[in-house]
Design a protein around this ligand. Structure first.
Ligand code: SF4
Length: 342
């Protein structure tokens, strides 16, 4: 049984305590008996406990920095949403292939922003600009927001905010099952709640520190029964011994758990495993014992943006993956919408 995230260390940035959420978090962490420290800025955090980079990396990943989001200009988040909405950065999970390893470098601690009202105000402005068109916001571009929301409830506020909005929609994806506090949120169908799922083997071997598949599926059932539109990202689709059985079984279990009603409005996103040369380097540094197959020779090179190409599966392997997963999806979820395969 995987417990909800509890930070090992907490830092407060200046003025974070001026916001109600900052105060609430402070009281909460004090009561929990956590090690609370202050810093002038997250950039100034040095001397984290640990004897080497390997240990420091692990401490940093369970360190929470409470601060204020200064830039209220949102990044774009095409194609699945218009904007990325920033409530947090970083994640306590240890997925070997996590993209945050390359984007966050040597500062992988988790940051949460207490000026939630200002962030939501900014979102309102973006919606006004595009009105009457719908504006979609993605909340999990830089973190697994559900994984820390039992502490902050920022996501819950956002769900209710967009629930009331006329032209706004929210979406996010998670590998955690700690969703209970979100079940009674007044979402009004405006939030698409997505789970990242995979074959058991892949989760067990490459996603330490996240919820097991059975728990994610159980949580998806709860979310569906709470009336949220649901989605699943199957990623990364990874070839391993018995992969077809693994993925078949995953679809079958999802099918058995979800109520009939929910199956009418479900989206799938399929992403095959890929890596870049820089990513391979960080993975091998942070997870030196990983069994993840990262052999350029076995893959096909695909040119990418900014000159950084990625290594994807060979054409015949890719076709095999596509054929199998489409068949499973059609068998168990004939009314689902496949958003993309990449
Ligand atoms: Fe990265 Fe998501 Fe895993 Fe967290 S749960 S480490 S954000 S892949």
């Amino acid at each position: 049984m995987m417990r909800p995230f509890k930070p090992q260390l907490v830092y407060f940035e200046p003025n974070a305590l001026d916001y109600p959420l900052g105060e609430t978090l402070y009281d909460r962490f004090k009561e929990m008996g956590l090690d609370i420290r202050y810093t002038t800025s997250h950039n100034q955090i040095r001397n984290l406990p640990g004897e080497n980079d390997f240990q420091k990396y692990r401490v940093a990943k369970s360190t929470l920095v409470v601060g204020i989001r200064k830039t209220l200009k949102f990044d774009t988040s095409k194609p699945s949403a218009e904007y990325a909405i920033p409530f947090a950065t970083g994640c306590m999970g240890h997925c070997h292939y996590c993209y945050l390893q390359t984007t966050m470098g040597s500062k992988p601690y988790i940051r949460t922003y207490v000026n939630v009202d200002e962030i939501l105000d900014a979102a309102d402005k973006y919606m006004e600009e595009r009105s009457p068109e719908i504006t979609r916001f993605e909340a999990s571009c830089t973190s697994d927001i559900v994984g820390i929301d039992h502490l902050t409830h920022s996501l819950k506020r956002a769900i209710e905010h967009f629930g009331k909005s006329e032209h706004g929609k929210l979406r996010f994806v998670t590998k955690f099952h700690h969703v209970d506090h979100l079940l009674d949120a007044e979402h009004n169908g405006k939030t698409r709640f997505r789970f990242s799922v995979n074959a058991d083997y892949v989760i067990k071997n490459f996603e330490p520190g996240t919820s097991p598949l059975a728990k994610r599926i159980e949580a998806a059932g709860k979310v569906a029964r709470a009336g949220y539109p649901l989605g699943f990202i199957v990623a990364p689709i990874y070839l391993h011994e018995g992969w077809q059985d693994g993925y078949y079984h995953m679809f079958e279990r999802l099918h058995d758990e979800l109520p009939e009603d929910a199956k009418k409005d479900i989206t799938f996103e399929f992403i095959q495993h890929r890596f870049t040369k820089p990513a391979k380097k960080v993975i091998q540094k942070n997870y030196p014992m990983t069994k993840l197959e990262l052999d350029e020779e076995k893959r096909r090179y695909k040119w990418g943006k900014y000159g950084i190409g990625k290594y994807i599966y060979q054409k015949d392997e890719q076709e095999e993956i596509q054929k199998s997963l489409y068949a499973y999806m059609e068998k168990f979820f004939p009314n689902a919408k496949l958003e993309y395969f990449t």
